[in-house]
Design a protein around this ligand. Structure first.
Ligand code: FPP
Length: 247
């Protein structure tokens, strides 16, 4: 069915980030287990990936599992990890057919080895695709990402000849950015959060400095392509000034 939401002529966001919230509440409202909510959330994620690809969005970062989500029960954590692994295995053809590249942001070393391996294989398998890039934020925290970036930077200093160390010791935004997980990916233009929560929850802290935020009351499992289009139209109406003054 064709969408009734018509996008404006204004530029599309190049990079969209989504905090996919509300799986648990969706399940609770239906008297289902929370895990059922995640299962439904995964179906929505696939639909939104396809919609973003069809709209020619270049980058889509999905907040799948945060560095704080380990606080959940072992059962829920195990279920989400299993779901991700299963998705990467079963849906590789979907990504291939749509020329979608899978990437990762987060602490890969802290993931269960089988999940890390699956993720690495999916990233490798889709590396050459030039369509949408889907970045899975998995074991991701914005603060943790900055800490890891500084760690990389310090490690790189150690291998510099001593006369260059002082020069390279000048701390700049560009140097820190260059040490993030994916320095080539542009900052998100639009960050969406579903399920009526108004927090950033440690998502893209560095990169989201000038993102436009869009909050939706709809629970993630009920999100549709229409909701994505509405969010994009809202973005297209914003005036972005990046700290400057308007036209
Ligand atoms: C938040 O709902 C959602 C998550 C913790 C992420 C789970 C995400 C998926 C299963 C989709 C994965 C997508 C891909 C492409 C691998 P919540 O449990 O915090 O909801 P609540 O606030 O209502 O409890």
């Amino acid at each position: 069915m064709a969408s009734s939401v018509v996008l404006a002529r204004a530029p599309l966001p190049r990079h969209i980030g989504i905090i996919m919230d509300g799986n648990g509440r969706w399940a609770q409202r239906k008297n289902l287990l929370r895990t059922q909510g995640h299962l439904e959330g995964l179906k929505t994620a696939k639909k939104i990936v396809k919609a973003a690809s069809d709209l020619h969005i270049q980058f889509l970062t999905l907040y799948v599992f945060s560095t704080e989500n380990w606080k959940r029960t072992a059962e829920e954590v195990g279920f989400i990890m299993g779901l991700v692994k299963q998705h990467l295995k079963a849906e590789l053809n979907f990504y291939r057919e749509n020329r979608i590249r899978i990437r990762h942001t987060g602490d890969r070393g802290g993931l269960p080895p089988d999940i890390a391996r699956e993720l690495e294989e999916a990233c490798e398998d889709t590396r050459s695709f030039e369509g949408l890039q889907v970045i899975l934020a998995l074991n991701y925290g914005g603060r943790d990402a900055i800490v890891r970036a500084v760690g990389r930077w310090l490690a790189s200093l150690a291998t510099e000849p001593s006369e260059k160390r002082l020069q390279h010791g000048n701390i700049t935004e560009e140097r820190i950015r260059g040490c993030l997980d994916n320095p080539d990916i542009p900052d998100p233009d639009l960050i969406i959060r579903t399920a009526g929560e108004y927090r950033t929850s440690n998502f893209l802290l560095w990169e989201g400095a000038y993102a436009e935020y869009y909050f939706s009351e709809t629970l993630w499992p009920e999100w549709t392509e229409e909701d994505l289009r509405v969010a994009i139209v809202a973005y297209q109406r914003r005036e972005r000034r990046f700290g400057g003054v308007g036209p």
